[in-house]
Design a protein around this ligand. Structure first.
Ligand code: CAA
Length: 387
């Protein structure tokens, strides 16, 4: 390998660093200022959404041929990381737009992609992902939402739970049972529109964190949709759902890294300002060791996340393992780092006058959604043991 090439080994491309700078600028000016209010009121941060949309960071992963920015998986992760550093709720705009549309990108017909990806790229619509149900969380294949064929249509009935951005999103990827005798091989994926007759939403969940991103149930009551809204072939929905999560667990890892970075940055500033015993608390070795551990864990999480993003972009065979590992490691690290950030601020950290308690609450969900970290360990162990 030529010497000049080898200098670039294992370094983020300049283009990606430039994306980080651009997102940070937008988020510092127009997203971070709304974060506390979104948390306090539990309202969707529309001003943050509009700022992300104006800068084309609301769904950066959509390919150029559908009017999108065409960001690769690493660039998309960096966008999500930087938005999460400012406001975790807002980072669910690009993250869930990717989650909702990934089934289409992986398995959708050209017509479906053109019809539904274009408005998402333009920022005119958001896209959510409906897999979980009240009795089917970690055991996703035990879902009972049913789709029954009726001529040129499918009729859907069931309840989907924990749907991020439900009600705000215009479009939904819905997984439903088309053959109850076939378990995971009898599940198919569909695009459902908010405006389809029979679609309605539950009350917003009262959550610990990411309060600015609505989480609601989606009710499907005899929702009759054209047959061409099926994503991929009948019976392939579960595989598409799992493949989607392989890619998007990387984005949750990025979100966790961003939340943790926000907490570390804040705590770093605080300990240099705060004086006790006649000196800045940053001068105490106990505090320094805490900061060092936080920084070390964060960087390890970031490197694993970026490695997984590379695998997502290339579609490497070990993406399933890396997506689970990155999500699990980064979210556990984010929980530790944000908790330590609260500790470093002492009593102040425990109040809503400072942002770190919000970051700690926001970090918690990254250990739970897109598969609990226990499920990630199942996925990793199965991958390790399979060959
Ligand atoms: N890629 C492709 N296919 C896959 C796959 C993958 N990564 N993982 C599994 N499959 C296929 C299998 O090959 C198998 O296919 P065949 O029958 O043809 O062989 C089929 O799917 C069933 O696989 P398993 O037997 O492994 O399935 P399982 O029932 O044991 O479940 C599981 C495995 C990993 C526990 C899975 O159910 C899972 O990931 N659960 C967690 C669900 C989850 O992450 N939910 C999050 C919801 S989204 C969310 O949180 C969004 C939000 O709004 C924020």
């Amino acid at each position: 390998m030529a010497a000049e090439q080898s200098f670039d080994v294992y370094r983020l491309p300049e283009e990606h660093e430039a994306i980080r700078e651009a997102v940070r600028e937008v988020c510092t000016a127009k997203v971070a200022p709304n974060a506390a209010e979104a948390d306090e009121t539990g309202e969707f941060p529309k001003a943050s959404h509009d700022a992300l949309r104006a800068a084309d960071f609301h769904a950066p992963h959509i390919p150029v041929e559908y009017g999108g920015a065409g960001a690769d998986a690493l660039a998309t992760a960096i966008v999500i990381e930087e938005v999460a550093r400012a406001c975790a709720s807002s980072s669910l705009i690009p993250a869930v737009n990717k989650l909702g549309t990934m089934p289409l990108l992986l398995a959708g017909s050209e017509e479906l992609k053109r019809k539904y990806l274009t408005p998402v790229a333009a920022g005119d619509a958001m896209f959510s992902y409906c897999l979980s149900e009240p009795e089917a969380g970690s055991d996703a294949a035990s879902m009972t939402t049913r789709a029954v064929r009726d001529g040129d249509h499918w009729v859907l009935n069931g309840v989907k739970r924990w749907i991020t951005n439900a009600g705000v999103s215009e479009y939904y990827t819905v997984f439903a049972v088309t053959d109850p005798s076939a378990r995971s091989r009898g599940i198919s994926a569909f695009v459902v529109e908010k405006s389809d007759a029979g679609v309605s939403f539950g009350a917003p969940e009262k959550k610990l964190g990411v309060k600015g991103s609505p989480t609601r149930e989606v009710y499907l009551d005899n929702v009759r949709i054209p047959a061409d809204r099926m994503i991929g072939a009948e019976g392939t929905g579960f595989g598409t759902a799992m493949q989607t999560l392989d890619h998007t667990r990387v984005t949750i890892a990025a979100q966790a890294v961003g939340i943790a970075q926000g907490a570390l940055d804040y705590a770093k500033g605080y300990v240099q300002e705060r004086k006790q015993f006649g000196k800045a608390v940053a001068e105490f070795q106990g505090v320094q060791f805490m900061l060092a551990d936080m920084g070390m864990k964060l960087e390890a999480a970031r490197q694993l996340t970026y490695a997984a993003a590379g695998k997502s972009e290339r579609g490497d065979a070990d993406l399933t393992y890396f997506g689970a590992a990155a999500k699990c490691f980064a979210s556990d690290a984010a929980m530790e780092i944000t908790t330590d950030a609260v500790q470093l601020l002492g009593g102040y950290g425990y109040t809503r006058d400072y942002p770190v308690e919000r970051m700690m609450r926001d970090a918690k969900i990254t250990q739970i959604y897109e598969g609990t970290n226990q499920v990630q360990r199942i996925v990793m162990a199965r991958q390790l043991l399979k060959g």
